[in-house]
Design a binder for this molecule. Structure first.
Ligand code: MLT
Length: 368
């Protein structure tokens, strides 16, 4: 982890590590080719309520691994902006995990390059269990999208366990003309690159969904990259961009609050949190299915007993009723217990790398 970033070290402050403009991706205009894709298994709101970057200093409640781990605060690294969907999921599990581990967890946002900057920094961090990465489906798409990725997802990390499955929603600014998915498709075909699509950079889930959308309609639009879909959504609501595809953890509140219009949800079934939003199949783009999964990672040489302590804490967190309820409110679900472990996580990572590779290659999209 770079030491030259400034951050507010007060225990409850949000820690946002911002990179220089040189690290921001330039606007990508994706080459859209006809293809279809379906992800493995399974939205816009104001920036998620911050739970505070650091969990409350918890009373030790057991769970310490052999060797005394953890005996100081643990950093959880989020590869996108504060207030976005990955940040929200991280904060929701960090709080109960810190109670199990008996240590404070500090959430740090390391933004840039579609989430690959943070992953590279965690891969190179001291493997002692005090630097933990929360990442999502982007861990499986980055190896194909980035020719010079400075880490290998399957070799440079140990997995802790899967965390959530999150559907995505295709949403538009309220003043944007199309009102249904079919109207959006027709509008995009008619107006092409005059239409703007917000994403969180090459490798983000919003980038992948946009790629699938453009491929499904065989038309490219102008992509506008952000450091995360938190700020992207703010601009969408403000009318700076036309539409985007983002996780329900970010969009549910904005959809139900009438701040954006929802065209479709990318899951096979409608979501109980958004019962009026049709599925992409119902709305006319049955091949556009994508499900965002999250998982926790540590550097590859992290001791097994530390991994075990983190996995145990994750499992306990995902069973907490308050976590389950909050996830449900946001249209998502924690993974089942048999998925919250390193074996299931590694298997999922491997299968998703294989799933997305040919799709991305066929689309001809690479990071600069
Ligand atoms: C975020 O947290 O900002 C999102 O997960 C970005 C994305 O993957 O689209």
């Amino acid at each position: 982890m770079r030491q030259d970033q400034s951050f507010d070290a007060t225990p409850s402050a949000t820690v946002a590590i911002r990179r220089g403009a040189g690290l921001r991706l330039s606007t990508l205009v994706a080459t859209a080719l006809l293809l279809s894709a379906c992800a493995g298994s399974g939205g816009a709101s104001a920036p998620a309520e911050s739970a505070g970057a650091a969990t409350e200093a918890p009373a030790a409640s057991g769970g310490a691994a052999a060797g005394g781990y953890p005996d100081r605060p643990i950093d959880f690294i989020v590869p996108f902006s504060a207030g976005g969907p990955t940040d929200t999921v991280t904060r929701l599990v960090a709080d109960p995990m810190s109670k199990t581990l008996g240590q404070q967890i500090v959430v740090k946002n390391v933004e840039g390059a579609g989430g690959t900057l943070a992953a590279g920094e965690v891969a190179a961090a001291t493997p002692d269990g005090y630097t933990v990465l929360m990442h999502h489906i982007g861990m499986s798409t980055a190896p194909t999208l980035y020719k010079d990725l400075p880490y290998k997802p399957l070799e440079d990390f140990k997995t802790i366990g899967l965390v959530t499955e999150v559907p995505m929603t295709i949403i538009g600014n309220n003043d944007f003309e199309p009102t249904t998915l079919q109207e959006l498709v027709d509008y995009v075909k008619a107006n092409k690159e005059d239409v703007t699509y917000a994403n969180a950079g090459i490798g983000a889930a919003s980038h992948l969904c946009g790629l699938l959308f453009q491929s499904a309609v065989d038309t490219k639009v102008t992509e506008v990259p952000y450091d995360g879909t938190g700020p992207a959504l703010t601009d969408l609501v403000g009318g700076q961009v036309n539409f985007m595809c983002d996780q329900t953890t970010n969009t549910t509140g904005q959809i139900t609050g009438g701040k954006v219009k929802a065209y479709a949800i990318t899951s096979p079934e409608r979501n109980p949190a958004l019962p009026d939003v049709p599925t992409t199949t119902e709305a006319g783009l049955p091949d556009l299915k994508v499900n965002v999964w999250h998982g926790l990672y540590v550097p590859k040489d992290t001791p097994d007993e530390v991994v075990q302590a983190l996995t145990d804490a994750l499992k306990a967190a995902l069973k907490e009723q308050s976590v389950i309820d909050k996830f449900a409110e946001l249209g998502t679900t924690p993974v089942s217990e048999d998925q919250a472990n390193p074996e299931a996580h590694t298997e999922r990572l491997q299968s998703e790398i294989e799933l997305w590779k040919p799709i991305i290659e066929e689309a001809g999209v690479t990071a600069p």
